[in-house]
Design a protein around this ligand. Structure first.
Ligand code: FES
Length: 103
């Protein structure tokens, strides 16, 4: 496998030694992850990889995801239209400011 140019980590709310507890999974983050995988494929963005990850510790701003190497942290991503905008941001190289977690 070639190393991805962009790696997107979507919070699945897992905590070490326990089940998913945080808000991201409860708010459907795994459905959004699946949508993102499909949309990236449809757009031919084979240089992007998507992974689920444990709690990103920004639960009050979930569902959360982070895009590397850009280090763009996005919060309150709750529907497919928002995922589309985030993918647009990766394509353009310009972050979707309105969803960025500032600190
Ligand atoms: S459960 Fe997603 S940031 Fe904590």
């Amino acid at each position: 496998m070639k190393k991805p140019k962009h790696h997107i980590f979507v919070c699945a709310s897992f905590r070490a030694g326990g089940d998913a507890q945080g808000v991201c999974a409860k708010k459907g983050s795994m459905n959004l992850l699946q949508y993102m995988v499909t949309e990236l494929s449809d757009r031919g963005m084979a240089d992007c990889m998507v992974s689920s990850t444990g709690c990103l510790k920004v639960c009050d701003r979930g569902p959360a995801l982070v895009v590397y190497p850009e280090n763009w942290w996005y919060g309150k991503i709750e529907n497919e239209a928002m995922i589309d905008e985030i993918i647009d941001s990766i394509e353009s190289g310009v972050p979707a400011e309105k969803y960025l977690i500032a600190d």
